[in-house]
Ligand binder design. Structure first.
Ligand SMILES: Nc1ncnc2c1ncn2[C@@H]1O[C@H](COP(=O)(O)OP(=O)(O)O)[C@@H](O)[C@H]1O
Ligand SMILES: [Mg+2]
Length: 363
């Protein structure tokens, strides 16, 4: 399983913490402000070099310190080969990622430690802007097809070029033809990968949703960002006048979205808070299940305050599902009693109490 040992230094109220997590379920409990979310943030930092709570990295580093560091031993490929992985970043933003004695870059890191986060921000998957849902789709496309990242980067470059030409207010037809040909090429290819990923994901999502919530009718539809029944070059020509006026390209993969509905109505408008939590969790758990099927590797799940918004019955269903997966889970809660009764005796569950940034294994 992925993370064998962890050492966290200078992240929020955690001055220095070292521990060996369970390969399966880790419950981190403590009072408000004790450092539970900070611990999950540290793991997120290890996998992605950034926080999920702030875009300003300096807030993640303990006040008056200069550099945050997380060091780990990980079995990234799940084959028993354990290697050291360390990530450090200073308040100026300089990042160092070292794996097995070598410097690696961020996209390599993202491939090593596939993380899934479930916290209050996860509601954004239903309530937030399309970019949150595109990120969700792209996580899957990235992890299921290695060509996706190149296509995505190439497309982004072409889109920027096209938009800067549009901003000038007029565009040479010959030049436009050249850029549009590239735009269409990458747009079609990356959209095929996105669509294929969603098609693969849906059976997992439906099965998990049924287990977590029972009979709740939810439909998820991928929308490419343009009407795919019509040729993209035709649509780009049709939109040209408007795009010149606005100074950006109004159709294409940069406008893709997922439409999540319940009984034909936007899920964000219709569902209760608890139902939303279960739907977004089912989406994220489906990603882990599919990732495991495609890559034969587990994900690391960071689940902040699992019991919040859920009644006891649904917390139990959630835990029972996690128990049957292969994922390594880091779950926080205020009261450990809310999560003790659910596990089978042979499941490797480790409990840690956190108090003022100090972590102690218990039970
Ligand atoms: N940069 C920082 N340096 C030191 N302490 C911080 C920093 N940022 C936040 N804190 C403190 O860390 C504590 C832990 O916060 P948090 O992990 O959100 O708690 P929990 O999730 O357990 O409720 C809080 O008391 C907060 O004030
Ligand atoms: Mg918290």
């Amino acid at each position: 399983m992925p993370i064998r040992s962890l050492s966290i230094k200078k992240i929020r109220n955690i001055a220095a913490v070292s521990f060996e997590p369970s390969e399966r379920i880790n419950i981190i409990y403590g009072a408000n402000g004790s450092g539970k979310t900070s611990l999950l943030e540290s793991l997120h930092f290890l996998g992605l070099t950034r926080s999920f709570r702030t875009n300003q990295f300096r807030y993640l580093v303990t006040t008056a310190e200069r550099e945050a560091l997380v060091f780990s031993q990980i079995d990234a490929m799940g084959n028993g080969q354990v290697k050291p992985l360390g990530v450090s970043r200073d308040v100026e933003g300089d990042v160092k990622i070292r794996y097995g004695g070598n410097n690696i870059d961020l996209s390599e890191l993202a491939g090593l430690l596939p993380l899934q986060l479930i916290n209050t921000d996860t509601f954004e998957l239903l309530e937030g802007s399309p970019s949150t849902r595109r990120q969700f789709v792209d996580w899957g496309a990235f992890h299921s097809d290695h060509s996706f990242i190149q296509l995505w980067r190439a497309f982004k470059r072409v889109l920027q070029q096209r938009n800067s030409l549009l901003k000038c207010g007029k565009i040479d037809p010959v030049l436009r033809k050249i850029w549009d040909a590239e735009f269409i090429l990458y747009a079609e290819q990356m959209t095929n990968l996105r669509q294929r990923y969603i098609d693969l994901l849906m059976p997992d999502f439906e099965e998990i949703l049924l287990r977590l919530v029972g009979d709740l009718s939810i439909t998820v539809k991928f929308s490419a960002g343009w009407d795919r029944k019509r040729p993209l070059d035709e649509l780009l020509s049709e939109c040209l006048l408007r795009d010149l006026k606005q100074g950006f390209t109004s159709i294409g993969p940069q406008r893709a979205d997922l439409k999540v509905k319940s009984e034909g109505i936007s899920a964000s408008e219709r569902l209760s808070r608890g139902q939303k939590k279960l739907v977004v969790s089912a989406l994220k758990l489906a990603q882990g299940a599919l990732f495991h099927r495609l890559n034969n590797r587990a994900c690391v799940y960071l689940i902040d305050d699992l019991p919040s918004e859920l009644d006891k019955h649904h917390s139990r269903l959630f835990c029972e599902f996690l128990e049957q997966t292969n994922n390594q889970c880091f779950i926080t809660c205020v009261d450990p009693e809310s999560l003790t009764a659910f596990w089978k005796p042979d499941t490797a569950v480790a409990y840690f109490n956190i108090e003022a940034g100090q972590l102690v294994p218990t039970h």
